[in-house]
Write a protein that binds this ligand. Structure first.
Ligand SMILES: [Zn+2]
Length: 327
Protein backbone atom coordinates (compact mmCIF):
# COMPACT_ATOMS: atom_id res chain seq x y z
CA UNK A 1 0.00 0.00 0.00
CA UNK A 2 1.44 3.36 -0.94
CA UNK A 3 1.45 6.32 1.45
CA UNK A 4 -1.04 8.04 -0.83
CA UNK A 5 -3.57 5.22 -0.66
CA UNK A 6 -3.14 4.93 3.11
CA UNK A 7 -3.96 8.60 3.43
CA UNK A 8 -6.99 8.08 1.29
CA UNK A 9 -8.23 5.05 3.16
CA UNK A 10 -7.68 6.10 6.74
CA UNK A 11 -7.87 9.86 6.51
CA UNK A 12 -5.33 12.63 6.71
CA UNK A 13 -3.95 11.51 10.04
CA UNK A 14 -2.15 8.62 8.42
CA UNK A 15 0.04 11.12 6.63
CA UNK A 16 1.66 11.71 10.01
CA UNK A 17 2.55 8.07 10.34
CA UNK A 18 6.25 7.45 10.43
CA UNK A 19 8.20 4.39 11.40
CA UNK A 20 8.89 4.52 15.13
CA UNK A 21 9.19 0.85 15.98
CA UNK A 22 11.42 1.24 18.99
CA UNK A 23 9.64 4.14 20.65
CA UNK A 24 7.38 2.20 22.99
CA UNK A 25 9.94 -0.47 23.84
CA UNK A 26 12.52 2.16 24.75
CA UNK A 27 10.10 4.28 26.69
CA UNK A 28 8.71 1.38 28.69
CA UNK A 29 12.21 0.25 29.60
CA UNK A 30 12.80 3.72 31.01
CA UNK A 31 9.76 3.56 33.24
CA UNK A 32 10.93 2.02 36.51
CA UNK A 33 8.31 1.03 39.01
CA UNK A 34 5.69 0.26 36.41
CA UNK A 35 4.20 -3.16 36.79
CA UNK A 36 2.89 -5.44 34.10
CA UNK A 37 0.97 -7.58 36.51
CA UNK A 38 -2.66 -7.09 37.31
CA UNK A 39 -2.61 -8.11 40.97
CA UNK A 40 -1.23 -5.52 43.34
CA UNK A 41 -0.23 -3.24 40.51
CA UNK A 42 -0.97 0.44 40.60
CA UNK A 43 -2.71 0.06 37.23
CA UNK A 44 -0.69 2.90 35.79
CA UNK A 45 2.04 2.67 33.18
CA UNK A 46 3.87 5.69 31.80
CA UNK A 47 5.78 6.04 28.54
CA UNK A 48 7.00 8.91 26.40
CA UNK A 49 6.37 9.49 22.72
CA UNK A 50 8.87 12.21 21.87
CA UNK A 51 8.06 15.06 24.27
CA UNK A 52 4.57 13.75 25.08
CA UNK A 53 4.04 11.77 28.28
CA UNK A 54 1.39 9.07 28.09
CA UNK A 55 0.00 7.10 31.03
CA UNK A 56 -2.00 3.98 30.34
CA UNK A 57 -4.64 3.52 33.06
CA UNK A 58 -6.21 0.17 33.89
CA UNK A 59 -9.86 1.02 34.57
CA UNK A 60 -10.40 -2.51 35.87
CA UNK A 61 -11.13 -6.09 34.90
CA UNK A 62 -14.64 -7.39 34.24
CA UNK A 63 -14.82 -11.18 34.54
CA UNK A 64 -17.56 -13.51 33.51
CA UNK A 65 -18.31 -17.11 32.64
CA UNK A 66 -18.13 -17.80 28.93
CA UNK A 67 -21.49 -19.33 28.01
CA UNK A 68 -21.93 -18.11 24.42
CA UNK A 69 -19.55 -16.95 21.72
CA UNK A 70 -18.92 -13.19 21.93
CA UNK A 71 -18.44 -13.21 18.16
CA UNK A 72 -21.34 -13.27 15.72
CA UNK A 73 -19.18 -15.16 13.20
CA UNK A 74 -17.41 -17.74 15.37
CA UNK A 75 -18.90 -20.67 17.26
CA UNK A 76 -18.37 -21.03 21.00
CA UNK A 77 -15.92 -23.87 20.27
CA UNK A 78 -13.94 -21.74 17.80
CA UNK A 79 -13.84 -18.88 20.27
CA UNK A 80 -12.65 -21.18 23.08
CA UNK A 81 -9.92 -22.51 20.79
CA UNK A 82 -8.81 -18.92 20.19
CA UNK A 83 -8.69 -18.20 23.93
CA UNK A 84 -6.62 -21.33 24.53
CA UNK A 85 -4.24 -20.40 21.70
CA UNK A 86 -3.40 -17.24 23.67
CA UNK A 87 -3.06 -19.19 26.95
CA UNK A 88 -6.34 -17.97 28.42
CA UNK A 89 -8.94 -20.16 30.19
CA UNK A 90 -11.60 -21.58 27.88
CA UNK A 91 -14.52 -20.97 30.19
CA UNK A 92 -13.87 -17.44 31.40
CA UNK A 93 -13.85 -14.05 29.80
CA UNK A 94 -11.84 -11.20 31.29
CA UNK A 95 -12.30 -7.76 29.77
CA UNK A 96 -9.83 -4.93 30.42
CA UNK A 97 -10.18 -1.21 29.72
CA UNK A 98 -7.43 1.39 29.27
CA UNK A 99 -8.09 5.13 29.08
CA UNK A 100 -5.00 7.28 28.47
CA UNK A 101 -3.76 10.33 30.35
CA UNK A 102 -1.63 12.54 28.12
CA UNK A 103 0.62 15.35 29.24
CA UNK A 104 1.84 17.62 26.48
CA UNK A 105 3.46 20.92 27.38
CA UNK A 106 1.33 22.27 30.23
CA UNK A 107 -1.83 20.55 29.05
CA UNK A 108 -3.50 17.47 30.51
CA UNK A 109 -5.65 15.40 28.17
CA UNK A 110 -7.63 12.19 28.56
CA UNK A 111 -8.54 9.83 25.73
CA UNK A 112 -11.66 7.96 26.91
CA UNK A 113 -12.70 7.67 30.54
CA UNK A 114 -13.47 4.06 31.47
CA UNK A 115 -16.70 2.48 32.70
CA UNK A 116 -17.45 5.04 35.37
CA UNK A 117 -18.04 4.78 39.14
CA UNK A 118 -21.43 3.07 38.76
CA UNK A 119 -19.51 -0.09 37.74
CA UNK A 120 -17.19 -0.33 40.77
CA UNK A 121 -19.03 -3.43 42.01
CA UNK A 122 -18.14 -5.13 38.72
CA UNK A 123 -14.43 -4.48 39.23
CA UNK A 124 -14.20 -1.53 36.84
CA UNK A 125 -14.60 2.23 36.97
CA UNK A 126 -11.30 2.67 38.79
CA UNK A 127 -9.98 5.45 36.52
CA UNK A 128 -10.85 8.25 38.96
CA UNK A 129 -8.99 6.43 41.75
CA UNK A 130 -6.01 5.78 39.47
CA UNK A 131 -5.85 9.46 38.56
CA UNK A 132 -5.91 10.38 42.25
CA UNK A 133 -3.10 7.88 42.88
CA UNK A 134 -1.14 9.57 40.08
CA UNK A 135 -1.66 12.94 41.77
CA UNK A 136 -3.92 14.26 39.02
CA UNK A 137 -6.80 16.55 39.97
CA UNK A 138 -9.68 15.95 37.52
CA UNK A 139 -10.45 19.67 37.66
CA UNK A 140 -7.05 20.25 36.02
CA UNK A 141 -7.82 18.12 32.95
CA UNK A 142 -8.04 20.52 30.00
CA UNK A 143 -9.48 18.22 27.35
CA UNK A 144 -11.21 14.85 27.23
CA UNK A 145 -11.25 13.20 23.81
CA UNK A 146 -13.79 10.42 23.23
CA UNK A 147 -13.25 7.64 20.66
CA UNK A 148 -16.86 6.44 20.57
CA UNK A 149 -19.97 6.39 22.74
CA UNK A 150 -19.98 2.87 24.21
CA UNK A 151 -20.47 2.96 27.98
CA UNK A 152 -17.00 1.63 28.81
CA UNK A 153 -15.50 4.73 27.13
CA UNK A 154 -17.89 7.49 28.24
CA UNK A 155 -19.00 6.21 31.67
CA UNK A 156 -16.17 8.00 33.48
CA UNK A 157 -17.34 11.41 32.23
CA UNK A 158 -19.85 11.52 35.10
CA UNK A 159 -19.43 11.08 38.87
CA UNK A 160 -21.55 8.79 41.02
CA UNK A 161 -23.66 11.84 41.92
CA UNK A 162 -24.26 12.61 38.24
CA UNK A 163 -21.96 15.64 37.99
CA UNK A 164 -19.28 16.20 35.32
CA UNK A 165 -16.19 14.24 36.43
CA UNK A 166 -13.86 16.66 34.62
CA UNK A 167 -15.63 19.93 35.44
CA UNK A 168 -13.34 22.28 33.53
CA UNK A 169 -12.53 20.11 30.52
CA UNK A 170 -13.61 20.59 26.97
CA UNK A 171 -15.17 17.26 25.91
CA UNK A 172 -14.31 16.51 22.28
CA UNK A 173 -16.43 13.90 20.51
CA UNK A 174 -16.58 12.52 16.96
CA UNK A 175 -19.25 14.35 14.97
CA UNK A 176 -20.47 11.17 13.25
CA UNK A 177 -20.79 9.49 16.62
CA UNK A 178 -22.81 12.38 18.05
CA UNK A 179 -25.08 12.47 15.02
CA UNK A 180 -25.81 8.75 15.20
CA UNK A 181 -26.39 8.30 18.94
CA UNK A 182 -28.29 11.52 19.61
CA UNK A 183 -30.77 10.85 16.81
CA UNK A 184 -33.98 9.62 18.47
CA UNK A 185 -34.99 7.81 15.29
CA UNK A 186 -31.92 5.57 15.66
CA UNK A 187 -32.72 4.94 19.32
CA UNK A 188 -36.32 4.07 18.54
CA UNK A 189 -35.21 1.48 15.96
CA UNK A 190 -33.53 -0.48 18.76
CA UNK A 191 -35.81 -2.90 20.63
CA UNK A 192 -36.88 -1.93 24.16
CA UNK A 193 -34.58 -3.56 26.70
CA UNK A 194 -31.90 -4.45 24.14
CA UNK A 195 -28.23 -3.66 24.76
CA UNK A 196 -28.35 -1.17 21.91
CA UNK A 197 -31.37 0.59 23.35
CA UNK A 198 -29.69 0.74 26.74
CA UNK A 199 -26.55 2.17 25.13
CA UNK A 200 -28.62 4.96 23.56
CA UNK A 201 -30.16 5.71 26.96
CA UNK A 202 -26.72 5.74 28.58
CA UNK A 203 -25.43 8.26 26.02
CA UNK A 204 -28.34 10.56 26.94
CA UNK A 205 -27.68 10.09 30.67
CA UNK A 206 -23.97 10.93 30.34
CA UNK A 207 -24.19 13.88 27.96
CA UNK A 208 -27.30 15.15 29.73
CA UNK A 209 -25.05 15.71 32.77
CA UNK A 210 -22.53 17.85 30.88
CA UNK A 211 -23.36 21.45 29.93
CA UNK A 212 -23.50 21.70 26.15
CA UNK A 213 -20.98 24.53 26.02
CA UNK A 214 -18.26 22.10 27.14
CA UNK A 215 -18.91 19.63 24.30
CA UNK A 216 -17.39 20.12 20.84
CA UNK A 217 -17.46 17.82 17.81
CA UNK A 218 -14.69 16.91 15.40
CA UNK A 219 -14.23 15.01 12.14
CA UNK A 220 -11.53 12.59 10.95
CA UNK A 221 -8.22 14.12 9.92
CA UNK A 222 -8.58 16.98 12.41
CA UNK A 223 -5.96 17.81 15.02
CA UNK A 224 -8.05 17.55 18.20
CA UNK A 225 -5.26 18.63 20.58
CA UNK A 226 -1.60 19.52 20.08
CA UNK A 227 0.05 16.44 18.55
CA UNK A 228 -3.16 14.38 18.53
CA UNK A 229 -4.93 13.82 15.22
CA UNK A 230 -8.23 12.02 14.70
CA UNK A 231 -8.53 9.16 12.21
CA UNK A 232 -11.99 7.89 11.27
CA UNK A 233 -12.08 4.10 11.80
CA UNK A 234 -15.81 3.29 11.49
CA UNK A 235 -17.49 -0.08 11.80
CA UNK A 236 -17.31 -0.82 15.51
CA UNK A 237 -19.65 2.17 15.78
CA UNK A 238 -20.71 4.63 13.05
CA UNK A 239 -18.34 7.38 14.20
CA UNK A 240 -15.65 5.25 15.85
CA UNK A 241 -12.36 7.16 15.85
CA UNK A 242 -8.70 6.29 16.40
CA UNK A 243 -5.93 8.80 17.03
CA UNK A 244 -2.31 9.35 16.05
CA UNK A 245 -0.19 10.92 18.76
CA UNK A 246 2.87 12.49 17.23
CA UNK A 247 5.93 14.28 18.63
CA UNK A 248 9.01 14.85 16.52
CA UNK A 249 9.66 11.63 14.60
CA UNK A 250 7.77 9.50 17.15
CA UNK A 251 4.21 8.31 16.78
CA UNK A 252 1.72 6.17 18.68
CA UNK A 253 -1.52 4.92 17.18
CA UNK A 254 -4.40 4.87 19.66
CA UNK A 255 -6.77 2.34 18.14
CA UNK A 256 -9.60 2.41 20.70
CA UNK A 257 -11.95 -0.47 19.70
CA UNK A 258 -10.66 -1.43 16.25
CA UNK A 259 -10.47 -4.73 18.12
CA UNK A 260 -12.62 -4.99 21.24
CA UNK A 261 -13.86 -7.56 23.74
CA UNK A 262 -10.93 -9.88 24.40
CA UNK A 263 -9.08 -7.91 21.74
CA UNK A 264 -6.22 -10.35 21.10
CA UNK A 265 -8.74 -12.89 19.78
CA UNK A 266 -9.90 -10.45 17.10
CA UNK A 267 -6.30 -9.47 16.30
CA UNK A 268 -5.66 -13.13 15.41
CA UNK A 269 -9.05 -13.50 13.73
CA UNK A 270 -9.63 -10.08 12.13
CA UNK A 271 -12.52 -11.36 10.00
CA UNK A 272 -14.66 -12.32 13.00
CA UNK A 273 -17.33 -9.81 13.91
CA UNK A 274 -16.96 -8.75 17.54
CA UNK A 275 -20.07 -8.66 19.68
CA UNK A 276 -19.78 -4.90 19.93
CA UNK A 277 -19.06 -4.33 16.23
CA UNK A 278 -22.23 -2.61 15.05
CA UNK A 279 -21.36 -2.98 11.33
CA UNK A 280 -19.40 -6.25 11.13
CA UNK A 281 -18.19 -6.07 7.49
CA UNK A 282 -17.12 -2.43 7.87
CA UNK A 283 -15.34 -3.20 11.15
CA UNK A 284 -13.43 -6.03 9.46
CA UNK A 285 -12.42 -3.82 6.52
CA UNK A 286 -11.26 -1.04 8.86
CA UNK A 287 -9.32 -3.53 11.01
CA UNK A 288 -7.45 -5.03 8.09
CA UNK A 289 -6.60 -1.66 6.51
CA UNK A 290 -5.34 -0.21 9.79
CA UNK A 291 -3.39 -3.32 10.83
CA UNK A 292 -1.77 -3.67 7.39
CA UNK A 293 -0.55 -0.11 7.84
CA UNK A 294 0.62 -0.63 11.44
CA UNK A 295 2.48 -3.81 10.52
CA UNK A 296 4.14 -2.21 7.49
CA UNK A 297 5.17 0.89 9.44
CA UNK A 298 6.08 -1.08 12.62
CA UNK A 299 4.16 1.64 14.41
CA UNK A 300 3.57 1.35 18.19
CA UNK A 301 -0.05 1.07 19.24
CA UNK A 302 -2.22 1.53 22.31
CA UNK A 303 -5.29 -0.74 22.31
CA UNK A 304 -8.08 -0.04 24.80
CA UNK A 305 -8.94 -3.72 25.34
CA UNK A 306 -5.48 -5.27 25.00
CA UNK A 307 -3.69 -6.71 28.05
CA UNK A 308 -2.28 -4.16 30.54
CA UNK A 309 -0.52 -1.87 29.84
CA UNK A 310 -2.11 -2.24 26.40
CA UNK A 311 0.94 -1.00 24.51
CA UNK A 312 2.79 -2.83 21.75
CA UNK A 313 2.64 -3.36 18.03
CA UNK A 314 0.93 -5.45 15.37
CA UNK A 315 2.64 -8.07 13.21
CA UNK A 316 1.21 -10.08 10.35
CA UNK A 317 0.68 -13.70 11.36
CA UNK A 318 -0.93 -16.37 9.21
CA UNK A 319 -4.08 -14.97 7.69
CA UNK A 320 -4.42 -12.46 10.53
CA UNK A 321 -2.15 -10.60 12.91
CA UNK A 322 -0.58 -10.93 16.32
CA UNK A 323 -0.18 -8.38 19.09
CA UNK A 324 3.39 -8.04 20.34
CA UNK A 325 3.36 -6.41 23.79
CA UNK A 326 6.00 -3.76 24.45
CA UNK A 327 8.91 -5.36 26.26
ZN1 LIG B 1 -16.72 -0.10 21.99
Amino acid sequence: MTPVSRRHVLGGAAALAMAASSTVRTAVAQSPGASNTEAGAPGLHRIKIGDIEITSILDGVRRGKLVASPSRSASLEQYQEALAADNMPRDEIALVFHPLLIKTGDRLIMIDTGNGPRTLNAGTGLTAQRLAAAGVDPAKIDTVIISHFHGDHIGGLVTLEGAPAFPNAEIKVPLDEWNYWLDDANMNKAAEGSNLRNAHANVRRVFGAIPGKYVTKFGGGKEVAPGITAMATPGHTPGHTSFIISSGSHTLLVQADVTSGVAVVFVRHPDWFGGGDMDGPQAVATRRKLYDMLAAEKMPMAGYHLPFPALGRIEKSGGGYSFVPAA
